[in-house]
Design a protein around this ligand. Sequence first.
Ligand SMILES: Nc1ncnc2c1ncn2[C@@H]1O[C@H](COP(=O)(O)OP(=O)(O)OP(=O)(O)O)[C@@H](O)[C@H]1O
Length: 638
Amino acid sequence: MPQTQPGSTPYWASIARLGPLVRPIVPRLLMGLVVALAASALALAVPQVLRLVIDDLAGSGTQPSAVWGAAGVVLLLGVLEASMIYLRRVLVIEPSITLERQMRVALYDHLQDLPVAFHDRWGSGQLLSRSIADLSFLRRWLAFGAIFLVVSVSTVALGVVLLFTLAWQLALIFLAAALPIMVYGAIFRRRFSRATRRSQDQAGDLATTVEESVHGIRVLKAFGRSREALEGFTEQAQQLRETEVAKSRHQAIFSLVVTLLPELALGVGLMVGLWLAATGQLSIGSLAAFFATAAAVAQPVEASGMLVGMALTAKTAVDRHFEVMDARSAITDPAAPRHLAQPRGALAFRDVRFAFNAPEAAAAPGPGRAAHDGARPPRTGSAPEPVPREVLRGVTLAIRPGETMALVGATGSGKSTLLQLVPRLYDVTGGAVEIDGVDIRQLPLAELRRLVAVAFEDTTLFSSSVRENVLLGAPVEDGPEAQSLLEEALDVAQAQFAHSLPDGLGTRIGEEGLSLSGGQRQRIALARAIAARPAVLVLDDPLSALDVATEERVSARLGEALARTTTLIVAHRPSTVALADRVALLRHGVVEDVGTHAELLERSEHYRWIIASLPEEPRDLDRDHEPDLDDVLSEEAG
Ligand SMILES: Nc1ncnc2c1ncn2[C@@H]1O[C@H](COP(=O)(O)OP(=O)(O)OP(=O)(O)O)[C@@H](O)[C@H]1O
């Protein structure tokens, strides 16, 4: 996997974007900062007490009671410092966790809003790593890194002033050591920023690979490709390792510089300090206090490698978060919406054109940004940008209310694509889709998606009960009406087997639940589309995984149910074509002919060829002509 481009936004411009989100917790963060500063000031106060005691001892000779008193003061300062550290944690940790949750929820909400075209382009791992790893890092940065950076800078500033008051000659030696640190700091910042961006993107790509292979584990195993998958994964993991090693190397060198130079300064300072003390230009107490203060100052300087690293990683996390948040969906509610009070369900395609990857099909620009800014994922791969290619090249088709229209065409002719335009999963790039004469882009999205229900060939079930899955788009979710909708939908889709599942309709299915067969999943998905009681039903080869007997039963019941609904159904087999009143023949992105099955058989050679190439026998994904035991049991019970 490829190299990423480091974010080009200036550091503070990136961090400033967190401003509005952080504002509500600023009071708590500031209190935490004040407390942390107080803790650090207390730490710096200890050497001052030390100085007084040593100077007293070296001078007139101090009473033992005074030594006990000084020890008591040092102890008190220590206890106060520990209390302040505890208080800082209490003040900042809870609001930062709350902020992390808010940002995560906002990101999830935004992902739901973004169009399918966006999700086509972004690897799931990239989105996963942004919503989990990046946001967790930002929380740690706010609660710890940012505060410590401010405290460290303040401690160093205050410490340097104290060093000058104690012994300006020695302080100058320390200041001289700071210059090379600053120069190398700039180099470190540039190198580390690049590496950290690359590592975060590579971690996202790695997550995508894990997700894909877990999802496709059956295919990998069945085709014996586990070794190849492992090799690919190992290579990606190796690239991430190299980036991490490079990152650590940069950090290690910076840490070496910020540790070694102050130590060198300390050595030189000790010699000069002893000479100053010996020649009476500096008291012993001041010398001791100087080195105690220098040690307190050296500590944050030495930690600066880690803190600067955190600050740069946080900037990358912010950039990555807003890359997604800035993506705007072009599929939005209209400014002046129209409503269909009593929808009849007349569906029409008027000279519809569509190309995947067309800028207008992806996402609208964020405020003040180029159209592709938020819509493009980071180019971590060497694959070229996909070129827009027109899949639909002027589709014109009218489906009457209550009519069932089958869509037939060679593979890749654009059938599924056309279907996806109806609920506006993608927007047309030319022409219009209309329901009852109204351009669907003029309808509020929620209304359109109540009017239209879909069942895709590739069924997705969610990790919840059968009931929740089926009633996902239903007009009512509870009560007797919902129950009768549920029963009717399961009946039409011939999915009564669900009653025989371990917990009946309450059985948890989906990724985290009970595994269903392909045909069972398809029937649940079909029931879901039917339960939505749509005016327009869009079905993408919904019976493809059913066996002969089940398919016949579903077709019979579906035929009755479809009589009330306008239906556009992609058909890959003659039995599905038989459900339709008319058939539209799609070829190379245009509707070549429309008519009844018999008419098209008679007049279209292409149609005859397509029909001849359709599988005569159903695909029997579920079983081998044996009736489904679940069905038999539920039929006997019912
Ligand atoms: N998300 C996508 N991004 C880019 N191109 C796509 C995408 N989905 C489909 N295509 C392309 O659009 C064309 C039409 O695909 P579509 O799935 O609509 O065909 P289809 O007629 O339904 O085929 P099939 O009968 O095999 O399901 C194909 O060339 C396909 O590669």
